[in-house]
Design a protein around this ligand. Structure first.
Ligand SMILES: [Zn+2]
Length: 109
């Protein structure tokens, strides 16, 4: 199941289905801030998040964020949470190995 991104204020659903990804918290962007251009903050986060040193955090994200609604203060503007969503969605697709091997197969078949 894909993770999606939503604004923390516009999300009215249960926190069982959502993960807060802003600051403070393990998924907050350490490179963000009022005076950092958005694209720069996202690119810095991407490099940091995908580095070897963040393997444990990525594994945690796969466990906690897969299939969830990821909440931040930015949506619908792009932000670092898109990087987290892309990563966990990619890992989720990879876990469906046979479907990638047979792209025309459906999960039910
Ligand atoms: Zn954000």
């Amino acid at each position: 199941m894909n993770a999606t991104v939503a604004h923390v204020r516009s999300y009215k659903g249960s926190m069982d289905r959502a993960v807060y990804c802003g600051r403070p918290g393990p998924y907050g962007n350490p490179f963000g801030g009022k005076y950092v251009p958005r694209a720069e903050a996202i690119s810095a986060f991407r490099n940091w998040f995908l580095a070897d040193a963040q393997r444990a955090l990525r594994d945690q994200a796969v466990r906690e964020c897969t299939g969830k609604i990821l909440l931040c203060w930015c949506a619908p503007l792009p932000c670092h949470v898109d990087v987290i969503a892309e990563y966990v969605n990619f890992m989720w697709l990879q876990s469906l190995g046979p479907i990638l091997a047979h792209p025309h197969a459906s999960p039910e078949s």
